[in-house]
Design a protein around this ligand. Sequence first.
Ligand code: DGL
Length: 267
Amino acid sequence: MKNPIGLFDSGVGGLTVAREIMRQLPNEDLVYFGDTARVPYGSKSKNTVLKYSRQIVRFLQTKNVKAIVVACNTASALALDEIAEEIEIPIIGVVKPGAKMAVETTKTGNVGIIGTESTIKSGIYNDYIRELNSDITVVSKACPLFVPLVEEGLLEDRVTEDIVGRYLQEMKEYKVDALVLGCTHYPLIRNTIKRFMGDEVCLVNPAFETAKSLKELLMEQQLLNVNKHKPEYEYYVSDGVDKFISFADSVLPFHVLDTKVVDIESY
Ligand code: DGL
C-alpha cells in the first residue's frame, strides 16, 4: 500500500526512530511530526501527553497515513493504549519492541531500563518485561539530564561522561546485562554509555526493534510497500524549523530541506 507511515515524537529525538525505519523499510514514505513547541514530554503528566498525542494523531490522519508509529518513549508509555482504542489504523510504540528484546537478550535475568521521568514513573517497561518473564529483575532509572546534553550536541564530552557515571552506577551494582535505552535521545550517546557499562552489557535500542516490529506488522496486514521506489519524507514541527533542521542534519544521512510549521493546537 502506497500511503505514507506517520511518525511522531515530542521533538527531534524521534528522528533516531525515523532513521531506523528509513534503513529497514526503504520503500516507505514517511510523514514525521515533532512537537518542538511543547517538548519535553518526559516531565509532563499522562493527561497532557495524551491530549498532545491525540492532536498529533488527528493531524497525521489528515495526511492519509496507513499506520502510525509513536516514536516517543514517553508518549508510548502514557498515551498509546488509549489512542489504539480510538483509531482504525494500526499504531505501534517503541516500548513493547524494546521490552521484548531486553527479555530475549538477558542471560543473568537482570535488566536495566533508563528513560525520562514520566516513562520510568509509568512502570510500563517493567510491566511488559514481567508479562513476558516474571523471573526477570528490572532496575529502572530516570536520566533527565541526558536529553538536554544530547540536544546541546555534547555526545562525546566530559560532562556527559560524568553524568552517565552518576546515573548508571547503580545499574553496575545490580549487574544488569541488558540495558534498554528507553528514550529517543539515548542511542545518540550509546558510545559513552557503553564505555561506562562495559562490553558485557548489551544496550537495547528500542528504535531498531520498533522498525523491525513495524515491518512485521505491515507485512501481516498487507500494508507493506513491496514495490521499489524512491521514498518521500515530509517533516512537520510545531515550532523552531531551523533548530529542527540542524539537529536532523546530525542524525540523518542526508540534508532535510523542507520542514513546515503546523498549528497543532488547532487539531
Ligand atoms: N522523546 C522523549 C522520549 O523518548 C524524550 C524527550 C522528551 O522528554 O520529550 O521519551
